[in-house]
Write a protein of this length. Structure first.
Length: 301
């Protein structure tokens, strides 16, 4: 829930700096993430460097790209083009995808046990989508289509990260979840440096010094809250819960993203949005209930 609360901020962050491109916002966020992560990990760097084989470093590069760099470029573009509601709708289907993949893991719950939770999740996502599609929109059809395609791309990218990250943490019991998050942050920061020339080449807008300060403030806030705090909470959770339940926990990001969007737009939720939140909460409760195990107490002889 804590990870979802801070991750929901990434859906409204692009609205605060809408005059900057998604690529610029991505670079700002992850460059700061990498610098903060490097400062925090310095005392343990020598130990961690010797504990990770070359294969794991390649895995870190892949996870940093799918879960951070590529994901946030696509997400920011989707928010700019299609709005917060439409983007949160598409990302809201992530629990279904992750749960379906996780159901194939050894020892996972069968899909029939998870069916009620998946159906409730899908119902909540449909409510949000119906609300988004029926609301008046000033954007052109091509712009909305671009937003939808980017949102679907973000969904695929984050799905790959969620599954790969959970399985990597399961194999690396000698590395703490917090250190793993910081290592991903360092690699992500390095990737953001490589994107700077592209941001400069495609930047045609004129910005004042106050605009750059606003971008720096938003990037810093998102880097600390969403990347450092959120990722640490998520990685800790990924070691405590099975993959089929991890997928459902992403629903909290959808809940908080919708709440933040309503606060940004200064309005109360519609009936469809209330229904969506209700379905989402029931979906999580149903999934948690399906994973509960009864404690058997042996009688004392």
């Amino acid at each position: 829930m804590g990870a979802g609360a801070v991750w929901g901020l990434v859906f409204v962050a692009p609205e605060f700096v809408s005059d900057f491109s998604p690529l610029q916002l991505t670079i700002g966020r992850y460059l700061l993430y990498g610098l903060i992560a490097a400062a925090l990990i310095i005392p343990r760097w020598r130990f961690l460097a010797t504990q990770l084989p070359q294969k794991q470093w390649r895995k870190l590069i892949w996870l940093a790209f799918t879960g951070n760099t590529l994901y946030y470029v696509l997400l920011s573009t989707a928010v700019h083009a299609g709005g917060v509601a439409m983007t949160s709708l598409v990302i809201g289907f992530l629990p279904v995808v992750v749960t379906l993949v996780g159901s194939r893991d050894q020892g996972a719950l069968p899909l029939r046990r998870l069916a009620p939770s998946l159906l409730l999740c899908a119902a909540g996502a449909v409510c949000i989508g119906w609300q988004a599609l029926s609301a008046p929109n000033e954007e052109t059809v091509s712009t909305q289509l671009l937003g939808l395609v980017c949102a679907i791309g973000a969904l695929a990218s984050w799905t790959a990260y969620t599954i790969g990250n959970a399985r990597s943490l399961a194999r690396l019991d000698h590395i703490s979840s917090h250190d793993w998050s910081l290592l991903i942050g360092i690699v992500t920061g390095a990737q953001s440096v490589l994107l700077i020339p592209f941001a400069i080449a495609f930047d045609t807008a004129h910005h004042f010094a106050s605009d750059w300060l606003r971008l720096a403030a938003v990037s810093t806030g998102v880097a600390i809250l969403a990347s450092i705090v959120g990722n640490a909470l998520w990685n800790r959770m990924s070691r405590l819960l099975p993959l089929t339940l991890i997928g459902q926990m992403i629903l909290f990001e959808t809940i908080f993203a919708l709440m933040y969007g309503l606060l940004w737009e200064q309005r109360l939720p519609t009936n469809l949005e209330i229904s969506a939140l209700s379905f989402v909460i029931l979906s999580v409760v149903s999934c948690v209930k399906a994973h509960r195990t009864k404690l058997v107490v042996e009688p004392v002889a």
